[in-house]
Design a protein around this ligand. Structure first.
Ligand code: MN
Ligand code: MN
Length: 301
């Protein structure tokens, strides 16, 4: 009898303590947390495989996730997709989708690091591969396009999303186009964007006019050109089916040269030009009839 009542008391205490835990009534130690809550940004999950918007417009080089495909290795990072070239130590192209919900308040994480998802026998390019910093660690998918969560932003600092980019190209011309996409096309004009960005050729001109073919003892190829294709659609659904003959497509090719001009508009070209230079088929999921129209046009807006 005595044993049972002790046990009941014990149970009572457990129930009481668990009630206290669930109770939202404010204890003195919680007051600061309630009045000054930590900043919590609800994360936007990367698209699932079924709605893979990062490659909705196609896979320009038919990259595969097969290790034997070492010069055209597909890496789906969720927030963007990459065709990676093992022997050049850089991506061929990166593809992603941008909608307003991708923009949040997360700070730039700056956690440049080796991509842990590379096949284990492959060399992992590191942030120090770029020292002594003749070239910037240039993002393909920009950090500022992925600020909805720490995870999203951090994903852009995997070195597989980074190319050796002349500082004036990265910080001025390229950055101006990135800002135009965010400030004007998405935030002001209410568009969503499909962006495919890549590089080709070897040899760039970095800080102080230093001509460089490779970094890190030949393990990282410095591209000669950077290119980008931006498909502009009004916010909506069924995106692929909405790409039409009058869809605005902005394509640029910029030399990886520190003497580059700052106006991105003067580097506009056609998708056809990029396809000839790279051998890729960009926007391959769009019907060939529509591709033939939108890929021949050079944006002039
Ligand atoms: Mn950049
Ligand atoms: Mn095409």
């Amino acid at each position: 009898m005595k044993k049972i009542s002790f046990y009941s008391l014990f149970l009572f205490l457990i129930i009481l303590s668990s009630c206290k835990k669930d109770n939202t009534s404010v204890l003195p130690t919680d007051i600061k947390a309630i009045t000054n809550p930590p900043i919590v940004v609800s994360p936007v999950a990367p698209p699932t495989a079924a709605t893979d918007s990062t490659m909705l417009m196609g896979n320009p080089s038919n990259a595969t996730a097969n290790e034997a495909d070492f010069s055209n290795y597909l890496m789906k990072e969720g927030y963007y997709s990459v065709s990676y070239n093992r022997d050049l130590g850089r991506s061929n192209w990166v593809s992603w989708h941008v909608v307003t919900t991708d923009y949040g308040s997360v700070a730039r994480q700056d956690d440049f690091r080796v991509n842990p998802n590379l096949p284990s026998s492959w060399y992992g390019v590191t942030p120090s591969s770029f020292s002594p910093y003749v070239f910037d660690k240039g993002h393909m998918c920009p950090s500022a396009d992925r600020t909805s969560s720490i995870e999203a932003n951090s994903s852009t600092f995997l070195m597989t999303n980074i190319v050796a980019q002349a500082p004036n190209n990265n910080q001025r011309t390229w950055a101006n186009l990135e800002n135009y996409c965010r400030d004007s096309l998405v935030n002001r004009l209410g568009n969503e964007l499909y962006i495919i960005s890549g590089v080709y050729g070897e040899g760039g001109i970095g800080n102080n006019g230093v001509v460089t073919n490779t970094l890190d003892n030949g393990r990282v190829s410095v591209p000669a050109y950077l290119w980008k294709v931006i498909v502009v659609l009004k916010n909506g659904n069924n995106d692929l089916n909405r790409v039409a003959n009058n869809t605005r497509v902005i394509s640029v090719v910029m030399p990886n040269d520190n003497n580059i001009g700052s106006d991105w508009r003067s580097y506009r070209t056609s998708v056809d030009f990029i396809e000839q230079a790279t051998g890729y088929d960009v926007l391959s999921k769009v019907s060939t009839a529509i591709q033939s129209v939108i890929e021949a046009r050079v944006d002039n807006q």
